[in-house]
Design a protein around this ligand. Structure first.
Ligand code: GDU
Length: 329
């Protein structure tokens, strides 16, 4: 029996495929390679195509014996979602509907999928627990919450069991040095700072220094991508052993401000560079920090790389060796 990984050629998807292969799982990947990279796949059988291509999905489920699905394929940028909501509803919500329909037709009843801390919006308290209010402040978070709600009905009505993993901020790269973060264009904080340290950018922009935090910049909870990947394998095992549908936060429980992350990068790389304060970015909550006690106790998740210095060091190694991402190898 194989595991279908949609979006398996993307950043978190490819790290999860690597862990699955390590554990001896058979892996089938569906990816349209719009943001993913063929080179990011360390193995598995790739179907190049779109989630919304119902014929392709039907063929994929017929040609393979799929036992569970890990669903990453989605657009995931807060800023872009506030400019192009149609793209986000179409790919994230309609795409997930197509996938669930194909699963129903093929009799596949287990799915683990990427949700996000952006479902909470501006939190009522930190650390955030899974039972806290969800009130997204951007289209991206709203589409992920809609996907969760949809899964809830597909469980109640059709018995498809799901695990929604609400990621906080993924960072870092695989220990092998073979795969890492490569978004075109890059919009995430840590890779942008590292590109500045490499001299590829003149300065790093701080989006707002007037937030209600100690230094005025936004606080986020950074978690190593390989620890996120490990949580997906645990979530599949949880469903395989009869676990009920569930939602888990995945974060380290530690918050770092944008200014603190910039200082850490300077420390880890030993490079100094220019920092520019810019206006706030639309849709950004001030503070997002996870309580991941539930994932730890129910899934037995035990992140191994929680220190921000180590996370940055692993990303730095990737950026130094792949200054132009996969394209420039
Ligand atoms: O050049 C930059 C880029 C980012 N930031 C700031 O750095 C923080 C982190 O920004 P990222 O874009 O790296 O990450 P986000 O927190 O916006 O979003 C990430 O985490 C979210 C959940 O917290 C979602 O899962 C989303 O998909 C994922 O991109 C934010 O406060 C942002 O305003 C800057 O100051 N300058």
């Amino acid at each position: 029996m194989a595991i279908l990984v949609t979006g398996g050629a993307g950043y978190i998807g490819s790290h999860t495929v690597a862990e699955l292969l390590d554990k001896g799982e058979e892996v089938v990947v569906l990816d349209n390679l719009q943001t993913g990279h063929r080179e990011a796949l360390l193995g598995g059988k790739l179907y190049e195509g779109d989630l919304r291509d119902k014929e392709l999905l039907k063929r994929l489920f017929t040609e393979n014996s799929i036992d569970a699905v890990i669903h990453f394929a989605a657009n995931s940028l807060v800023g872009e979602s506030m400019q192009n909501p149609v793209k986000y509803y179409d790919n994230n919500v309609y795409g997930t509907l197509c996938l669930l329909e194909a699963m129903q037709q093929a009799g596949v009843s287990k799915i683990v999928f990427s949700s996000t801390a952006a479902t909470y919006g501006e939190p009522e308290k930190v650390p955030i627990e899974e039972t806290d209010r969800t009130a997204p402040t951007n289209v991206y978070g709203e589409t992920k919450l809609s996907m969760e709600t949809m899964m809830g009905w597909f469980d109640r009505v059709l018995g498809i069991k799901y695990v929604a993993l609400r990621y906080f901020n993924a960072a870092g790269a695989h220990a092998s040095g073979k795969i890492g973060e490569d978004h075109q264009p890059e919009t995430h904080l840590i890779p942008l700072i590292l590109q500045t340290a490499l001299g590829q950018r003149e300065s790093i922009a701080v989006f707002g220094d007037d937030y209600p935090t100690e230094d005025g910049t936004c606080i986020r909870d950074y978690i190593h991508v390989s620890d996120l990947a490990d949580a997906h394998l645990r979530a599949v095992d949880y469903l395989r052993s009869g676990g009920e549908s569930n939602v888990f936060n995945l974060g380290s429980g530690n918050g770092f401000s944008v200014n603190q992350v910039i200082s850490k990068v300077k420390e880890v790389t030993g490079v100094d560079f220019a920092v520019e304060v810019k206006p706030r970015r639309a849709g950004d909550p001030a503070v997002l920090i996870a309580s991941s006690g539930k994932a730890r106790s129910v899934l037995g998740w035990n992140p191994q790389r929680e220190n921000l210095d180590d996370i940055i060091a692993s990303a730095w190694q990737w950026h130094q060796n792949h200054p132009n991402g996969y394209a420039g190898k």
